[in-house]
Design a protein around this ligand. Structure first.
Ligand code: BGC
Length: 807
């Protein structure tokens, strides 16, 4: 994968590389937390080279497909009508086609600071006509319903008439992921089209199952260099497309300007009358491109004021890490922004950037919310409310399994029911296989953890009182009913689950899905049972009694939770190694060197082995960090005391030994894995940690999962890298109202500078190899309590705290 040139706030791809275009489209997505559009060229039709796609947060639709004679229902994030459609041709020539022109210059630049995608193109058509085209595009970050494109087009060696075609295409399908194409791909019906003014069109459509009412409107204007408008304007309407053809006169040195302003509305929007009326009005009222660009850039500026991170690294010469971290923040905010607070949505694992994983929401928020908590806690709260509204569905799911409490799905979409596909295709073998990953009950612990962490950072007891504590208690109730008592061990156990490592979904040759005593799941279940008690404490007596009464939880049940938490079974083997699950150590060792030699990239060993007629379940080979998640989520003292409460002791060297054991047995088949491994090594092996950070940093930019980024970015890994720099390497840990810091910057990272929003305060932090400097810029009473080493310091508004630090 050819990496873009990075500089400060910009990424630039040089040269036309058709085989990498879809990857660039995913990296160059523009969005605003409500809508996002891939960075496909405006004139491009979907195919092997280009895939224009537009997605709306929460825009799902279900379809049933027939696979091997079976009906299989899937819920997908729908590709919406293509508003990009804009192309040109000389009167005697063809529409611009990237694949047939000769490239004299090709530059595609993503400006992260202002949220603008620009193309500088210079090409020669087959008849020898040379043209220059500069295209700029935005998805408005202030008014999230608006998007705009600006073109400047100039003939270099020809004169004559040219045509511009601009419109909206409702004839789109979900075709972005090759392995899903055998399934139902049509999710939209076009309902109506209208030319509602001389220069504007409206296309009404609806998702064909979920009945989301959609309206796309677009207005196109064009000017010759002397300021005159088009000589002619014709309406064009074919099938599901409608738009205009404009005719203008072109001359060298006389640039033509084209401006397209689009509006996207849905029936799920608030403060609207009817999507069609609002989309039409928005386009009629919208100012021109320059004014839209100005207000859009200002909206981005406001985000960056609280979100930018400055890194001083060994590589500062080319500033790569700095720019890539900004890219990651940029994509996070394009997927989930302040506009999201108005919506009923979670964070799709692959952003709003493509169709992989069908836009579903997994546990990846565990890697994303910590960052949101520290910068825009209102977004975290909105995302947690998505889960709260689906609590009744999670209760139904638990009760359908004969369990109490709430059991959230592994993959969530519109309603909160389980959306994990029942069958998946192994592209390496061409076989459809059952997907057993839905047994990842640990997603429930991730939700509880996210709630608790949000509370620790924000101090939002109101949220805890009306939603947070109820979710935590319902999840605790679920764990308590899932755990079974083993009288021989005199311990509680959890059976039939899958841990984060998706390579292991059952024991070798077993017909039953799930494993016993996945250590991560068991510890997290115990933690949930323990935190439930604290959640009850923080909300105060009246809400607490009210909640216990509503959930019909009595003192005896609370006492039972405590007992289960304290007597949870954790499997160990060898020299203090915590077994990923019971019996992991009895699995065969894999010939890692042999597989690496034969296949090169062995991240997806599951697919490789299945294609060989083998089964990854037989081997001590993990797709991603599983047990190590514990050392990622909890500081050492906390994990030690959690285990101690359960009656297990970890000796001083146990953590590094466990890390080394699993490091040697992990293929990093998930981008989340590098984040966790880098994090847990931050103290014991700074260099390796920094190297893994580097790997995580280019997961998407370098497409390290071999062709998956074009189907959508990996948002957990993107947010995870930023979080690693801000929290991981600075040892930042909010706990019981104190913000603890314990820096351990790797050699390659000289300084981190950023701002956080903690309990209503804005704190500016600079951390380098010799000191920590914190300035409380603004915030309410009482002061912030900063914990460093064994001391707690009060930091008042306007004060600066400097602490010397030796590595
Ligand atoms: C990983 C999961 C992750 C999912 C979505 C999978 O490949 O194994 O841990 O939640 O991708 O990102």
């Amino acid at each position: 994968m050819t990496l873009p040139e990075t500089e400060g706030w910009q990424l630039t791809y040089q040269g036309w590389l058709p085989e990498q275009q879809q990857h660039r489209e995913a990296i160059c997505v523009l969005g605003n937390g409500r809508f996002a559009t891939r960075g496909a060229f405006e004139g491009a039709a979907p195919g092997d080279t280009h895939y224009p796609g537009t997605y709306m947060a929460g825009g799902y639709n279900r379809r049933t497909s027939t696979v091997s004679g079976r009906g299989v229902e899937n819920e997908d994030l729908v590709n919406l009508p293509n508003w990009l459609c804009l192309n040109f041709r000389p009167a005697e020539g063809d529409w611009l086609d990237f694949d047939t022109v000769e490239w004299l210059d090709y530059r595609q630049t993503l400006d992260l600071r202002h949220g603008v995608l620009t193309w500088h193109l210079h090409f020669r058509d087959p008849a020898g006509r040379e043209t220059r085209l500069t295209s700029r595009r935005l998805m408005h970050m202030g008014d999230s319903h608006l998007a705009a494109i600006h073109w400047e087009l100039e003939p270099v060696n020809w004169t004559g008439a040219l045509h511009i075609r601009s419109g909206i295409d409702g004839g789109v399908e979900n075709l972005g992921v090759a392995r899903y194409r055998a399934l139902e791909t049509r999710h939209l019906d076009v309902l109506a089209t209208e030319f509602f003014s001389d220069e504007a069109v409206l296309l009404r459509s609806m998702t064909n199952q979920s009945r989301i009412d959609l309206a796309n409107a677009a207005r196109t204007r064009a000017w010759q260099a002397d300021g005159r408008g088009p000589e002619a304007r014709e309406r064009v309407e074919t099938d599901a497309y409608l738009g205009h053809d404009l005719t203008l006169q072109a001359e060298p040195g006389q640039p033509i300007r084209v401006e397209k302003v689009a509006a996207l509305y849905s029936g799920r929007d608030r403060a609207i009358c009817e999507p069609g009326i609002d989309a039409t009005a928005a386009v009629e009222r919208a100012p021109g491109f320059d004014e839209l660009l100005r207000s859009h850039a200002k909206a981005w500026e406001r985000y960056w004021r609280g979100w930018d991170v400055t890194l001083h690294t060994d590589n500062n010469g080319d500033a790569e890490e700095q720019t890539v971290l900004r890219l990651h923040i940029f994509h996070l905010l394009q997927t989930t922004s302040l506009h999201t607070t108005d919506l009923d949505v979670g964070v799709p694992a692959r952003g709003l950037h493509g169709e992989a994983y069908r836009g579903h929401i997994f546990w990846d928020e565990l890697f994303i919310l910590p960052l949101l908590n520290l910068h825009s806690p209102e977004i975290s709260r909105a995302l947690l409310m998505y889960r709260y509204r689906r609590l009744p569905e999670a209760r139904r799911a638990a009760s359908a399994e004969g369990l109490r409490g709430a059991m959230y799905p592994w993959q969530s979409g519109s309603s909160g029911r389980e959306e994990t596909q029942t069958l998946h295709l192994n592209p390496a073998s061409g076989r459809w296989l059952p997907d057993d990953t839905h047994r990842q009950r640990h997603v429930n612990a991730a939700i509880a953890h996210n709630i608790w962490r949000y509370y620790e950072v924000s101090g939002d007891t109101d949220f805890m009182a009306f939603a947070g504590a109820e979710m935590i208690l319902s999840i605790a109730q679920f764990w308590a009913s899932l755990a079974t008592y083993n009288p021989e061990r005199q311990r509680y156990e959890i059976h039939g689950v899958v841990g984060p490592d998706e390579f292991h979904t059952r024991y070798p040759d077993s017909d039953t899905i799930g494993l016993s005593n996945n250590a991560y799941t068991n510890v997290m279940a115990a933690w949930c049972l323990h935190i439930a008690e604290q959640a009850l404490e923080v909300i105060g007596p009246t809400p607490r009694n009210e909640l216990l009464d509503r959930l019909e939880i009595d003192q005896a049940e609370l006492a039972r939770w405590q007992e289960i938490g304290q007597r949870m079974f954790i499997p160990f083997h060898g020299d203090g190694i915590i077994s990923q699950f019971e019996g992991y150590e009895q699995l065969e060792e894999l010939d890692w060197a042999g597989y690496r030699e034969r296949y090169g990239n062995i991240q997806r060993l599951d697919r490789i082995l299945e294609a060989e007629g083998e089964d990854i379940n037989r081997y001590q080979a993990s797709k991603q960090a599983d047990l190590l998640m514990l050392f990622y989520l909890f500081p050492r003292q906390q994990i030690e005391s959690l285990l101690a409460e359960m009656g297990y002791e970890l000796d001083a060297e146990a953590i590094p030994r466990n890390i080394a054991y699993y490091e040697a047995r992990t293929s990093h088949g998930s981008t989340l894995s590098n984040i966790v491994h880098s994090w847990v090594l931050a103290r014991s092996d700074r260099q390796r940690s920094w190297d893994l950070f580097g790997n995580a940093l280019i997961s998407d930019l370098g497409d390290s999962q071999g062709g998956t980024t074009k189907e959508g970015i990996h948002l957990g890994a993107m947010a995870g890298t930023v979080d690693l720099a801000l929290r991981g390497y600075t040892g930042m840990e909010p706990q019981d109202g104190v913000l603890w810091l314990d820096p351990m910057l790797p050699d390659g990272l000289h300084e981190v500078e950023h701002k956080i929003h903690y309990r209503g305060h804005w704190i500016h932090l600079v951390i380098n190899h010799t000191r920590l400097t914190l300035r409380l810029e603004e915030g309410p009473w009482p002061p912030v309590r900063i914990g460093y080493r064994d001391r707690i310091h009060d930091l008042h508004q306007g004060e600066t705290l400097e602490l010397a630090y030796e590595r």
